[in-house]
Design a protein around this ligand. Sequence first.
Ligand code: AVJ
Length: 309
Amino acid sequence: MTGTEDAFRRDVLEGLARSPKRIPSAWLYDQRGSELFEEITRLPEYYPTRTELAILDGNMEEIAEAIGPEALVVELGSGSSRKTGPLLAALSRPAGYVPVDISEEYLHEAARSLQGAFPELTVQPVVADFTADFGLPDGLPAHRRRAGFFPGSTLGNLDDEAAGALLARCRRLLGADGCLVLGLDLDKPASVLIPAYDDAAGVTAEFNRNLLRRINRELGGDFDPEAFRHEARYADDPPRVEMHLIAERPQTVTVAGERFRFEAGESLHTETSHKYTRDGFAALAAAGGWDCERWWTDADGWFAVVLLV
Ligand code: AVJ
């Protein structure tokens, strides 16, 4: 058994034994889950990806200037790295690019394609879970400043304590004169948020139910995914959208030989996506040792790219 399978089994068995039941959202992203998420980013209701891309696109010169020349760019959760090319192109003499991702396959594909686009650039991928501790590789090229790049509002999937801890680790990794460019989804009316997490085409529902299919396949589970309804909920204090799977009828499921009871209407909480206010986020950043130096947003104020120093 690999370490990942072990951790998956532990999280699922522990999460199903809790009340209320919940499983960490990182497990949504197997091969199929990552494909479904890519599909979500192209849905008409899902504003975050295209809004962030527009903010980056419209302000890239300013962002690059604020970072400065000869930066070593460290990207957290680089995934398909589709936002990175424009940043590297705008930076003055970037010193190197270190993509960090837990998915080895995605990572090497993305590193190869960026290396193709920037043949002179030193690209040193790191396979690591950035929510746990990780280090930078040996033999980094000389650089003036370390610049973290963390788009996608992925930070929002962590609770405030874990997010603060991650920001503090980034501070240590990037150094006292380092900076961090972060994408943040902002609080907004539930009438916009809910459809973004419960789309008409049902892609997000499928993304959510895919977790049950993964449990069945990898942990010998017998979930009937169709016996669970997808639900997106807006909650306040702190503002967030939660994804749940709701049991449509009472049932007992077996996972890795253990039995778990669901009442009719009982929820399995699968993801939290925090929606920040400027003040709320500034407090979180301060807890991690950062100041918010610049904010770039769209006209509606739906999403922000923030520069932490
Ligand atoms: C990948 C964390 C940015 O929270 O918006 C999309 C994941 N979940 N639809 C988000 C997600 C449901 C997404 N992030």
